[in-house]
Design a protein around this ligand. Structure first.
Ligand SMILES: [Zn+2]
Ligand SMILES: [Zn+2]
Length: 447
């Protein structure tokens, strides 16, 4: 079921690309995005948020992510459980996967989207989050000297001369000095105090002093943009006994969590029916390769069975005229095909010619059948994209076409008389390319 939804991983270091199943990438990202010591229900909520984002955008760029995942065995069990227990679940709003934002700690309440990204997102509303008060990010202080600030912000503050005093209203004010520049009295936090007393309390060397601010303290609450799922809050909720569903519904207003990964992507062929006809069979061996003795009937069956598995995964109803090595007449095939109402009938064959140089895949459609012609073009183009030699889409007047009542194609996947191609037909990855080319052609046709 998960086999079709693939994530494209781009290695940022060498720009290499790699495809991997959705659920594996959910696991990898989960191990990076949330502390694995968190409660399992919080991890599940996070897994669903990650999956939702991947379904929205199936491309991930990173560095060393895969290597890190392969190495780390310690936390895999818990991560895998969180991923497996929520397999296929995504967060939906109006039946569409949401932009599942999350952050480490909100600091007391999450944020309305318009306060962060300048536009209103219906499911990213401010919710109170008492939960994350007990974490280290709840309230943090950071001190900066004025010199630090000048350096970090690339600004210059006006320089104060030693000898002039600065009052800081509400803190230090009403500084009175005598004619020698000694502080006679001042107000500290509203309280009047003598210059001498202050010097004593603060252990200053002299009452001849000036005061000016040299630092600023910043106090922050929370960590991150504050929209959507608050991870610390989620963890506390989980510890209180809430489930991942409670958690997600709390932080993503008005959403639902369902096992529905976009039929258009996940099950693009749902509701479609196809009949695949593996050529020949049983006593009818079809053509035979000259160098390896590979039989057309076996090759056709092997490819057809693989096509069935792939297309079924994509939601398609697939019928084969034969699933084993049995003899079937053309009439029996036609009867079988017409017994089921299908969208397409595809017959799989390999060709043979008395010149060994001829090679490549050729697709035939029935005269004036523009649906199958169009499907043929899509399949051929996708095969070509996979570096398979192609010879074009042509009209064919096969007996089987005249009998089958639905749109039909006959695919000659190559030449058993060409030693090069014959050899390739024994190569699993080459067969996989043919299967994928046909599958992608069918998907493209229905787009
Ligand atoms: Zn919070
Ligand atoms: Zn044949």
């Amino acid at each position: 079921m998960e086999s079709y939804f693939k994530i494209r991983y781009i290695n940022r270091r060498n720009h290499e690309e790699l495809e991997m199943p959705l659920e594996k990438m959910v696991g990898i990202l989960l191990s990076l995005e949330m502390d694995t010591n968190f409660h399992i229900e919080a991890l599940k909520a996070q897994a669903i948020a990650i999956r939702t984002n991947l379904v929205k955008n199936p491309i991930v760029e990173g560095e060393g992510m895969i290597e890190g995942w392969e190495k780390d065995d310690e936390n895999k069990g818990k991560i895998k459980k969180a991923v497996d227990d929520t397999q296929g679940l995504v967060i939906l709003f109006n039946d569409k996967p949401i932009d599942a934002k999350y952050h480490l700690s909100c600091g007391g309440s999450t944020e309305n989207s318009e306060n962060v990204v300048n536009h209103r997102i219906a499911y990213l509303r401010r919710v109170l989050c008492e939960h994350c008060k007990n974490n280290i990010y709840w309230r943090r202080e950071k001190d900066f000297t004025l010199e630090d600030m000048e350096r970090l912000l690339k600004v210059k503050f006006p320089k104060m001369d030693i000898g002039t005093e600065s009052e800081i209203i509400g803190f230090i004010e009403d500084i009175e000095k005598d004619e020698h520049g000694r502080v006679k009295s001042l107000r500290v936090a509203g309280e009047k105090i003598s210059g001498k007393e202050l010097a004593k309390l603060l252990n200053l060397n002299s009452t001849r002093y000036s005061i000016f601010p040299t630092g600023v303290k910043f106090i922050t609450r929370g960590k991150g943009h504050g929209m959507g799922l608050c991870q610390y809050g989620a963890n506390v909720m989980a510890e209180m006994g809430y489930t991942y569903l409670d958690i997600l519904k709390y932080y993503f207003t008005g959403t639902e969590v369902r096992k529905h990964i976009l039929p258009s992507i996940k099950k693009p062929l749902y509701g479609k029916t196809i009949i695949i006809d593996p050529g020949h069979g049983g006593e009818d061996e079809g053509y035979k390769g000259d160098t390896t003795g590979l039989l057309e009937k076996d090759l056709a069956l092997k490819l057809s069975l693989r096509l069935k598995a792939e297309l079924t995964d994509l939601g398609m109803q697939v019928h084969l005229t034969r699933e084993e090595d049995i003899t079937l007449s053309i009439t029996e095939r036609i009867e079988e095909a017409n017994r089921i109402r299908s969208d397409f009938f595809i017959s799989i064959h390999a060709d043979y010619f008395n010149s060994s140089s001829l090679k490549g895949c050729e697709i035939f459609h029935f005269r004036k059948d523009y649906n199958s012609q169009k499907l043929g073009f899509h399949i051929l183009r996708n095969l070509k994209d996979k570096d398979i030699v192609t010879r074009g889409v042509k009209e064919g007047n096969f007996y089987i076409f005249r009998g089958v009542s639905t749109s039909s194609l006959l695919i000659e996947i190559g030449y058993l008389s060409n030693p090069d191609e014959e050899q390739k037909f024994l190569d699993e990855s080459y067969l996989e390319s043919i299967v994928q080319g046909i599958v992608e052609g069918i998907i493209e046709y229905y787009k």
